[in-house]
Design a binder for this molecule. Structure first.
Ligand SMILES: *[C@@H]1O[C@H](CO)[C@@H](O)[C@H](O)[C@H]1NC(C)=O
Ligand SMILES: *[C@@H]1O[C@H](CO)[C@@H](O)[C@H](O)[C@H]1NC(C)=O
Length: 332
């Protein structure tokens, strides 16, 4: 219901803009795009880590060491961060030393000296959000790239990074002890309707065989935070209608693979970058394939026709592996 209403508002806005000024572009901004190519053999390898920035504490450094080792083995092309980049309250500004202490000085392995593509988590929103989005950080460490929502086109796969924190209504209540930096976001409804419209358009344009959506918050999870109802109500319909393969998130400090019962979507949690071991397990109706309530990270290897994922623990041991083929339409 809410989604239909949002769609209608967005459509009205576009129609209105078209009627009033046909020569002008629609008044919503498109998602920013980045491009990269697969390796010469047509494959792409990457690591996914979330919920990490704690000055190396809570096994963050151990996870980083193993990411470096596995990253070398797999000859990774880049790293994805699923958010909650800096604890407890994001960065205070572009001069916050935590950027170096929790990022630059922790992920030091050669194989990790690649581009990092990051989204924001709720803890990042508790600090100065604009600092994490700033070009200044990129001049301190050129690996860093954090935007609210954006698209990464990589020929065999398109990644859609989605800013999920504004979806969660409880963060907007202003009654809690935490302050959220909503600069450039408020009001919530307009922000979300524009974002969903832009995402839908970008997904419809996508011709890559694999479509992977990255956000901080859980869609389906058996751990501490469980599902995020706002994402199931608002974001999931857009993913389902556009044939998205995977939704990848952090937020719960664990590693998970859940298969949807009513769509081909796979829900993958990689939120084991530092503090973990919450001791919560609440099964849901979808098919739980793997759950590890501890630290680690995910590795992904893609070709046009296959996807392989593995979860690793703090010792670099493989905890779980999963492969999926992509059945492509044959050209006639
Ligand atoms: C670090 O990892 C080890 C091995 O999984 C675990 O036993 C230990 O509790 C972890 N430490 C913290 C602070 O989570
Ligand atoms: C909370 O504060 C934000 C901006 O600081 C505002 O946009 C929002 O409407 C407030 N929410 C409530 C429920 O008062």
């Amino acid at each position: 219901m809410a989604f239909i209403a949002i769609q209608r508002v967005a459509l009205t806005v576009v129609l209105l803009a078209a009627t009033m000024a046909p020569a002008l572009v629609p008044c919503y901004a498109e998602l920013q795009r980045f491009e990269r190519s697969p390796k010469a053999d047509g494959s792409l390898s990457l690591l996914v880590v979330g919920d990490w920035g704690r000055n190396g504490m809570f096994n963050q450094s151990e996870v980083a060491t193993q990411m470096g080792r596995i990253g070398e083995q797999l000859d990774i092309d880049f790293v994805i961060s699923t958010g909650d980049n800096f604890y407890e309250d994001g960065l205070t500004g572009v001069d916050d030393k935590q950027f170096e202490e929790s990022f630059t000085n922790v992920y030091t392995a050669n194989s990790l000296q690649k581009q990092w593509y990051s989204v924001l988590g709720n803890h990042d929103y508790r600090g100065n959000v604009l600092a994490q989005l700033s070009h200044v950080l990129r001049s301190i460490d050129s690996r860093w790239l954090c935007l609210r929502s954006f698209v990464l086109n990589a020929e065999i796969v398109d990644f859609f990074f989605v800013d999920t924190t504004p979806f969660q209504k409880s963060y907007w209540a202003n009654s809690t002890k935490h302050h959220y930096d909503w600069r450039g976001v408020a009001p919530r409804d307009t922000y979300i309707s524009t974002l969903l419209k832009d995402l839908d358009a970008a997904l419809q344009e996508s011709t890559a065989p694999w479509k992977i959506v990255i956000g901080h918050h859980t869609m389906r999870s058996v751990s501490e935070h469980g599902d995020t109802p706002e994402l199931i109500a608002l974001l999931l319909p857009v993913l389902k209608s556009n044939g998205v393969d995977w939704y990848v998130n952090g937020h719960d400090h664990c590693l998970e693979h859940i298969s949807s019962k009513d769509s081909p979507i796979q829900y993958l949690t990689s939120g084991g970058g530092s503090k973990a071991w919450r001791g919560v397990f609440t099964p849901n109706a979808d098919k739980l394939r793997f759950f590890y309530d501890g630290q680690g990270f995910m590795a992904v290897q893609l070709t046009r026709s296959t996807a392989d994922l593995s979860f690793y623990d703090v010792f670099g041991r493989v905890l779980y592996k999963w492969s999926a083929p992509k059945f492509l339409h044959r050209a006639v």
